[in-house]
Design a protein around this ligand. Structure first.
Ligand code: CTP
Length: 459
């Protein structure tokens, strides 16, 4: 019996896929098809797969050409499969010509003529249109946006807004955007969705204005600094039928999702402690260390540690306590938050004026996980046990600056696919806003800004 194997995502199953499978089957007697998992697709940069793996498998099966479906979830698997299943012929479409020649050492390799004029990418664009996105803010983070957006299909960065026209113009020129504005109303008319990367305290008014104009919003963290603001604007978003998403990039990247999966599988037992640290030294003259109302380590950096804590331990902590070192303006150069849950503890460490080891350590009753800095761009982590021979390192890709992952999910959500919204839910964003609010209240006094009490560690 001659065994043939082929692989693909088979998203939005189309005629090209059908014809490929038909001819693949004709190359032998028994056809095996490897369908890629979403995680594997994401790790190789294919971010916009619409159909779930079960739907894609079902479509492949329904052709009637396929004798066996397997799942492809890691690089290097093709050689393993060819050997394990005793494959005679490996085949794929001609868009891959040459790429799989290395498999000739194991079996025959056939590149089948690709069907012209159709692809999943085309269908995604046709079915869902191109989302026109505008950028609010032109600072450091905004500078990463356009290069990242190029990796995500189904969107186009149209325009930029800044209250100072020369800043908007400079950004537009740098990233070759067609339009720039210093009038928010005109800017909003030019787009379907916005990405907000302006100073923290301006997020709320920009989000409100965008939602009122029925524009979808992806906003940098911390999206909100008050619980009430967060709840109001999430309500407004649902009322207007708009997507509102917080851009904490870690939440959307494959490595962090894998880490959460391992914790949920019980491999390290019951989680009893989460320690999450992020420090980044800034000049004393920086905005982060001079903005007496909203600057400081906690607002700037704590979103990542808080994300890890809420994803792992949930929102129902029993007790919360902060300790800080503040500069002469009352701004925290170093901040710690201690959370106590019914069955576990958690610590956040954030520093703009204190450097530390940026680790995420999750301790459980059977073992623990260490993710080294920069764990917020999760590329690897290790599960460790009393018996060191059981230790295992896990690796995932984190491509570029990583904004592409959240952007891809944002575009999917706009197109009506909310299957990925579990990655960072409304409840979790509201929870993070509430912690930010409590922190600022404690630090600033009751909204008194930099006049608040100096609050040293141990006090
Ligand atoms: N294929 C084909 N003809 C097409 C499209 C795809 O023969 N018009 C083949 C590919 O070469 C591959 C298989 O179908 O062997 C699965 O391809 P996949 O990557 O899932 O489909 P694409 O439509 O190319 O997807 P995308 O646009 O996301 O790259």
């Amino acid at each position: 019996m001659k065994k043939v194997i082929t692989y693909g995502s088979f998203d939005l199953f189309h005629e090209g896929h059908y014809r490929l499978l038909q001819r693949a089957k004709a190359l032998g007697d028994y056809l095996i098809v490897g369908v890629t998992t979403e995680n594997y697709d994401a790790s190789r940069g294919k971010l916009n797969v619409v159909d779930s793996i079960m739907e894609r498998i079902e479509h492949v099966r329904q052709t009637g050409f396929v004798d066996e479906v397997i799942i492809e979830d890691h690089a290097g698997q093709k050689v393993e499969d060819i050997q394990r299943y005793g494959i005679d012929v490996f085949t794929v479409g001609s868009d891959w010509t040459g790429v799989f020649d290395y498999l000739k050492a194991y079996c025959q390799v056939v590149y089948l003529e690709r069907t012209k004029g159709i692809s999943s990418t085309m269908l995604r664009a046709k079915n869902y249109g191109i989302v026109r996105i505008g950028v609010i803010g032109t600072g450091r983070i905004a500078g990463r946006f356009v290069p990242e957006a190029r990796y995500v299909s189904g969107l186009n960065v149209e325009s930029v807004y800044h209250p100072r026209l020369e800043k908007a113009r400079a950004y537009a020129e740098r990233f070759e955007l067609n339009h720039y504005y210093d009038r928010l109303d005109e800017f909003l008319k030019s787009v379907d969705a916005v990405y907000i990367a302006s100073p923290h305290e301006t997020h709320e008014p920009y989000i409100r204005e965008a939602l009122l104009q029925k524009k979808h919003v992806l906003c940098e963290k911390p999206m909100f600094l008050t619980k009430k603001g967060a709840e109001e604007l999430f309500d407004l978003a649902s009322g207007m039928g708009c997507v509102l998403m917080e851009g904490v990039k870690t939440a959307y990247c494959p490595g962090f999702i894998r880490l959460l999966g391992i914790i949920r599988s019980g491999e390290i037992g019951e989680v009893r402690d989460v320690e999450a640290c992020f420090t980044k030294l800034e000049k004393p003259s920086s905005r982060e260390l001079t903005d007496a109302l909203y600057g400081g380590s906690f607002t700037e950096l704590a979103s990542y540690p808080l994300l890890a804590i809420v994803k792992i331990l949930g929102k129902d902590y029993r007790d919360l306590r902060f300790e800080t070192f503040q500069n002469e303006r009352g701004i925290d150069v170093y901040a710690k938050a201690y959370l106590r849950y019914e069955n576990s503890l958690a610590t956040v460490k954030a520093g703009l004026g204190v450097k530390s080891e940026g680790q995420l350590i999750i301790s459980g009753t059977r073992g623990y996980i260490v993710a080294e800095a920069p764990w917020w761009k999760t590329k690897s982590f290790e599960t460790r046990f009393e018996d060191g021979s059981m230790n295992e390192k896990h690796f995932s890709k984190f491509l570029g600056d990583g904004l592409r992952y959240e952007l891809s999910d944002f575009v999917s959500a706009i197109n009506g696919f909310d299957k990925k919204s579990y990655k960072l839910t409304r409840t979790e964003s509201v929870w993070m806003a509430e912690i930010m609010e409590k922190f600022l209240k404690r630090r600033n006094g009751d909204g008194a800004g930099g006049q608040g009490q100096r609050h040293d560690a141990g006090v």
